[in-house]
Ligand binder design. Sequence first.
Ligand code: AMP
Ligand code: ZN
Length: 113
Amino acid sequence: MKDCVFCSILEGKIPSQRYYEDERFIVIKDIEPKAKLHYLAIPKKHYKLLSEMNDSDRDDLGHIMSTISQIAPKLGLDGGYRLVINQGDDAGQTVFHLHIHILGGQKMDFPEL
Ligand code: AMP
Ligand code: ZN
């Protein structure tokens, strides 16, 4: 997808360190970390929102979530982690290529969540 920063990363036009990669997604570090450890899990297929997912996208998302749980120790997230998916303006979504924030490396200071 043209003008999509995550598609540019996936295509290698923007260099990035990949902490994990398989045929369905990559894991990179967020450029502006909001926790001691802040990764992004980015599906290789471009879609903006959960509402755009088809059946195979749903399979991808299930695969991504379960793989995150398997690779968490390698990412330094032995103590636990939080997953966040921002959807739309009210949530503060800035990149409209679906992605999962993986936050950890510290106690999360949002007790209301
Ligand atoms: P969201 O606000 O949920 O759309 O999250 C987008 C995230 O992408 C933000 O946390 C940004 O810091 C992050 N981000 C934007 N550009 C890059 C980049 N080139 N490499 C890594 N992370 C990025
Ligand atoms: Zn994209």
